[in-house]
Design a protein around this ligand. Structure first.
Ligand SMILES: [Zn+2]
Length: 331
């Protein structure tokens, strides 16, 4: 173990796990300001951070951990995708660091992401109302696991709201379309994208020597994959391609450090949930009656199961509309 890891003061927002010499996963502690995972990579004379958490405070702890562990400044930050639990802490790293994402991710941040934050800043009331609503529902919730998850979610949302007045939306400064590499003194890091699966554009970090992949939310470990902005079919194609890489260890976007086994579980989940919705549509049943399959009962993020079903249902309807339109005679 890295000696400096033993003397690092720690953070309430994440637990550090060394995955190789100079490579650290910062695994989110539920109910804190991190929400997603991050990673720290020592390049020898500079440091790269992957994803920046949800709150300014959590990101500050991350920057502190990175500079303490590597004894170098953070020169590069990569955003794997635009979701706020992976980008909200960007401002903590600028102007010293260059922030890198795909071109498409920066586009979404520059339009949708930026205006959403502006809206939250000018009118935070709806978020406070949503927090109060969940708080109310919590009191009646009898399912222990769900109750704990809702408590975590609300605790993190409250911390986000504490951070909100000080937030300045911070965009990537360098973009790439397919691949870029950073050549440090001690290692080369590849930033790759195979398109959009979890979001419109997803990037990941690949360390070929160490056989490590830092996957963002393309791979979650024992958590329901989040499909609100997903293309499940593209997602499967992307994971098929990742399987061709030599990878022994995966730092997932949420959950503990894992391996290709968990990547394959995500594929199974996507296949299973698509099939469940297709079957329901075929037999004209409501998707509201679909319950979480046994295999995924103990997975976290269970509140996303219903929205995942709805997303796939919407996509299937959209496609069948398209097909009907194609078949319609041209007048
Ligand atoms: Zn995430």
């Amino acid at each position: 173990m890295n000696n400096r890891m033993k003397i690092f003061k720690g953070s309430k927002h994440f637990r550090l796990k060394q995955v190789a010499e100079g490579v650290f996963a910062a695994i989110s502690v539920p109910g804190t300001g991190s929400v997603g995972n991050a990673a720290i990579i020592d390049l020898g004379d500079s440091t790269l951070v992957v994803d920046t958490f949800t709150t300014i405070e959590a990101a500050e702890d991350l920057r502190e951990a990175a500079t303490f562990l590597t004894e170098s400044p953070v020169s590069y930050v990569i955003n794997t995708h635009w979701h706020s639990d992976h980008t909200s802490g960007n401002q903590v790293f600028t102007p010293d660091a260059q922030i890198i994402s795909t071109f498409a991710t920066r586009e979404i941040m520059n339009t949708f992401g930026k205006s959403r934050l502006a809206q939250q800043l000018s009118n935070p009331e709806p978020i406070y109302q949503a927090i109060a609503e969940v708080e109310k529902n919590l009191q009646q919730e009898t399912d222990k696991k769900l109750k704990r998850e809702l408590q975590w979610e609300n605790a993190s949302d409250r911390l986000y709201m504490d951070s909100l007045p000080n937030m300045a939306y911070t965009l990537p400064t360098i973009t790439f379309d397919e691949q870029m590499s950073i050549h440090g003194r001690v290692r080369t890091v590849h930033l790759l994208t195979y398109g959009g699966g979890h979001t419109q554009s997803d990037a990941f970090v690949y360390l070929p020597e160490e056989k490590i992949a830092i996957m963002g939310d393309l791979v979650l470990s024992k958590h329901h994959p989040v499909m609100i902005h997903a293309n499940p079919y593209e997602w499967l194609t992307i994971l098929d391609r990742v399987e061709l890489l030599e990878v022994e260890m995966i730092v997932p976007g949420h959950g503990k450090v894992c391996s290709m086994k968990e990547l394959r579980e995500v594929k199974e989940y996507i296949n299973d949930i698509v099939k469940l919705v297709e079957d329901a549509v075929q037999s004209e049943k409501s998707i509201d009656d679909i319950s979480v399959p046994k295999a995924y009962e103990d997975w976290y993020f269970s509140t996303y199961f219903k929205s995942n079903l709805k997303k796939i249902h919407d996509l299937i309807k959209e496609q069948s509309l398209l097909r009907t339109a194609e078949k319609a005679p041209v007048s």
